[in-house]
Design a protein around this ligand. Structure first.
Ligand code: IPE
Ligand code: IPE
Ligand code: MG
Length: 238
């Protein structure tokens, strides 16, 4: 049987919806922010595991346009973790040789965080492996921002509305120039996209897993990739 199975090439780009931090903390009688802290540790481990597997791009959903609905304390805790992570990257960029990039509308972040994001992007720009953080990110918001940017170019005479194609529009997205993720993993048992990479996921394979993100191990990533290899991607063909 195995002889006739069509094997997919290894994914070059994996995206993860890092979900389940709150439930992980609740199970332990801890505040939700303890779950986010552990989730940040998981990201460090999994990003390293991805590098070892030769996965060139990892995109992670860290904070959605809807996550502002949470308590001030929780939002502040998540932003603090982000700040710590960026300061760690900037203190020694050679320690984790990864190009850090950001998707989302960063203008809602504090000026300090925006500056740290810009510095991290600048100072890691020469690395080959890429880690995309989705921050104040929503797939719909990304598409609307792209549409606005295109309309502004038309208004300024830099583009013609009739020339808009999928390829042209793609260049206005946060993910401009980055190939779509072949595989999107959502831990925590939820089976929805929650506004993640709506444009880019048109033909991504989804793997939903019951494990909570802070408990997510290298072996879970391996299992998701193995599941991906069992899929038959047809892209609308036969
Ligand atoms: C994901 O974990 C992290 C963010 C959304 C920032 P959650 O905080 O959503 O965890 P659950 O879903 O409540 O368990
Ligand atoms: C999606 O998780 C956002 C992130 C993981 C950053 P949520 O926990 O916010 O999604 P819902 O509320 O379960 O749809
Ligand atoms: Mg959640």
């Amino acid at each position: 049987m195995a002889l006739f199975e069509k094997k997919q090439p290894a994914p070059k780009h994996i995206a993860i919806i890092m979900d389940g931090n709150g439930r992980w903390a609740k199970k332990r009688g801890l505040p939700r922010n303890a779950g986010h802290k552990e989730g940040a540790e998981t990201l460090r481990r999994i990003a390293e595991h991805c590098n070892k597997l030769g996965i060139m791009t990892l995109t992670v959903y860290a904070f959605s346009t809807e996550n502002w609905k949470r308590s001030e304390e929780e939002v502040a805790g998540i932003m603090r973790l982000l700040r710590d992570y960026l300061l760690e990257v900037l203190s020694d960029v050679k320690k984790s040789p990864v190009r850090v990039c950001f998707y989302g509308d960063l203008t809602r972040l504090t000026p300090e965080l925006q500056e740290l994001c810009a510095r991290a992007e600048r100072e890691t720009a020469h690395y080959e492996h890429q880690l995309n953080f989705c921050l104040n990110y929503g797939g719909r918001d990304e598409i609307v921002r792209a549409a606005r940017a295109f309309a502004a170019d038309v208004a300024a005479g830099r583009a013609e509305s009739g020339d808009l194609t999928e390829e042209v529009f793609e260049k206005y997205l946060d993910s401009a120039g980055v190939p779509d993720p072949e595989l999107i993993i959502r831990p925590s048992g939820e089976m929805r996209t929650s506004n993640f990479l709506l444009w880019q996921s048109a033909y991504s394979e989804y793997v939903f897993m019951d494990v909570l993100w802070p408990d997510f191990q290298g072996k879970d990533l391996d299992a998701a990739i193995a599941e991906y290899h069992r899929r038959n991607r047809r892209f609308g063909g036969v």
